[in-house]
Design a protein around this ligand. Structure first.
Ligand code: PEP
Ligand code: MN
Length: 338
């Protein structure tokens, strides 16, 4: 249910309403907008009639049901776009955010070279996987804890915040110690214990769309994180499975305007996994920004031919630099900065 407070409701009144909501067995999520405060009461649908009685309070304007199955992720609860701050970077504002780096952290020289080069080209966040979800158990699985240490070192060297994937609930604490943003990958988008755990970790979460996940299912996954009291979820469209075999996945750019209409959460586009071929990455990066995305996540490797994962879709640093210049022109056409 959405409890809309009258404009001018005092902090004490907001607290009182939250107390009452908690006493009814719901968890209150307060969203302070420019004009009014709205409280989302989230919990078991069965007690919703009790919540309606809040309408008799002086400070309450209305109590209405949230119609969408996802509640806190919905525009019904919050119409203003969510902006997420990571160091000096704001995700979801007028300025686009570009995250770039290798698919996997492979070695100290590889990561530091990639980090310096993506920074020089204008990237805002460094990506790199330490724990890798590989289709084959015989493929490179990542440097694991040592990879996390290298990411932390690359952040110290470059000042770039770091995003990296976490695959298991038991690893969330150690990943959160080293990274600025926790990535939940496509294969784990419905790993509900993991979603709950990253919801508790106090760090922003980059939630990739599953390759066979509808937009509604994906927003319900975001809801798991939000419902734990972590409002900082960044969505990422990375391609879905279709019958088309020319590309690795089919980048579903329909998701960008659809998510923008349904949700206040920021959304990035991943043209690297979305296409699987470096040759198509620049075109789909530009298309993602033209569709209204808040930024990009792109795989860049100093020597893609030597990459231990996703080399065929990784850009060389100089191609990434050229991509940034072209995307900047699309950003201008979209009234965004880069
Ligand atoms: C990745 O970012 O390297 C990755 C494995 O992505 P996805 O979960 O989208 O496949
Ligand atoms: Mn990858």
């Amino acid at each position: 249910m959405i409890i809309v407070l009258k404009s001018g409701a005092s902090d004490a009144q907001v607290e009182d309403v939250c107390h009452r909501i908690t006493a009814m067995g719901y968890s209150p999520h307060t969203i302070r907008g420019a004009l009014r405060t709205v409280i989302g009461a989230v919990g078991d649908d069965r007690g919703k009639d009790a919540l309606r009685s809040l309408e008799s309070l002086e400070c309450v304007e209305s109590v209405t049901p949230i119609l969408k199955p996802f509640k806190l992720a919905s525009r019904e609860v919050r119409d203003e776009p969510t902006q997420i701050k990571v160091g000096d970077v704001t995700i979801g504002g007028r300025s686009l955010v570009v995250m770039a780096g290798p698919c996997s952290v492979e070695s100290r020289p590889q990561l530091l070279e990639a980090a310096e080069k993506v920074k020089a080209a204008g990237a805002h966040v460094l990506r790199g996987g330490a724990f890798k979800p590989r289709t084959s158990p015989y493929a490179f699985q990542g440097l694991e804890d040592d990879g996390l240490k290298l990411l932390a070192e690359a952040r110290r060297e470059t000042g770039l915040p770091v995003v990296t994937e976490v695959m298991e609930p038991e690893k969330v604490d150690i990943v959160a110690e080293h990274a600025d943003i926790l990535q939940v990958g496509a294969r784990n988008v419905q790993n509900f214990p993991l979603l709950r755990r990253v919801g508790d970790a106090g760090k922003p979460v980059l939630l990739k769309r599953g390759m066979a996940t509808t937009i509604q299912e994906w927003l319900l996954s975001a809801e798991y994180v939000l419902a734990r009291g972590n409002p900082n979820v960044i969505l990422c469209e990375r391609g879905i499975r279709t019958f088309e075999a020319s590309t690795r996945f089919t980048l579903d750019l329909n998701a960008v305007p659809t998510v923008k209409q349904l949700s206040h959460l920021p959304i990035l586009v991943d043209p690297s996994h979305g296409t699987g071929h470096w040759q198509y990455v620049e075109a789909m990066a530009m298309a993602g920004i033209a569709a209204g995305a808040d930024g990009l996540i792109i795989e860049v490797h100093p020597r893609p031919e030597e990459a231990l994962s996703d080399g065929p879709q990784s850009l060389k640093p100089e191609r990434f630099k050229a991509l940034m210049q072209r995307v900047r022109r699309v950003a201008q056409a979209m009234d965004r900065d880069l």
